[in-house]
Design a protein. Structure first.
Length: 201
């Protein structure tokens, strides 16, 4: 195609396409006086916006001001945002799923529900106290050196890097000492230096 013909063709294309694209854009653009709907085809919550704020001055308030005004920070929270709200909603959904699993007739689903129910039965947990942990505590108490720890960890299925074993052993020893102190009628304040003293037990 000769150069002159190519230029005329591109010029005609621009003259036809540009007004057509502008008309199409104006037809699809919302009216500036139209109120903001709370839902949109995109799934965005348009009621979270604050159209009274100029987006060029404070875009954050423009985009989130409506939600912020309707959702003050709860007294028990250091901060609050859409992700906190989402986490709460997800927790409620999961709770519903797990409670429904506890009422299921399917054996596999019922196991999940039973496990959840056993974790939520605070009265039974309080009644048993630390008794379910006693066999593990006795195994830990039987440890006499760092060299005994890998066998215990292997038995329990834990995988710990070798360089962390000495500090893990000291942590177990501190835990045992703390359990001993809590089992006695004395208060922890009576022996604060003993609880965290390295190498004790």
């Amino acid at each position: 195609m000769p150069e002159n013909t190519r230029r005329r063709f591109l010029g005609a294309l621009v003259l036809v396409a540009l007004p057509g694209a502008t008309a199409l854009d104006l037809a699809q653009a919302p009216s500036p006086r139209a109120p903001i709907n709370s839902s949109s085809a995109s799934g965005l919550d348009l009621s979270a916006m604050n159209p009274a704020v100029d987006p060029c001055s404070d875009f954050y308030q423009f985009a989130c001001g409506g939600w912020i005004a309707r959702n003050p920070i709860p007294a028990d929270q250091p901060r609050w945002g859409r992700f906190n709200e989402l986490q709460d909603r997800n927790s409620e959904v999961l709770r519903g799923v797990l409670e429904a699993a506890a009422r299921s007739r399917d054996a596999a689903t019922l196991k999940i529900g039973d496990y959840y129910s056993s974790c939520m039965d605070e009265a039974a947990i309080e009644q048993k106290g630390a008794a379910p942990l006693e066999p593990d505590v006795q195994k830990i108490a039987a440890l006499r050196s760092v060299a005994d720890l890998p066998a215990l960890l292997a038995e329990s299925g834990m995988q710990v890097p070798e360089e962390q074993i000495p500090s893990l052993f000291e942590g177990y020893q501190h835990m045992l000492r703390l359990i001993d102190l809590l089992g006695r009628p004395t208060t922890m304040e009576a022996e604060p230096a003993v609880i965290f003293a390295p190498g004790q037990r």
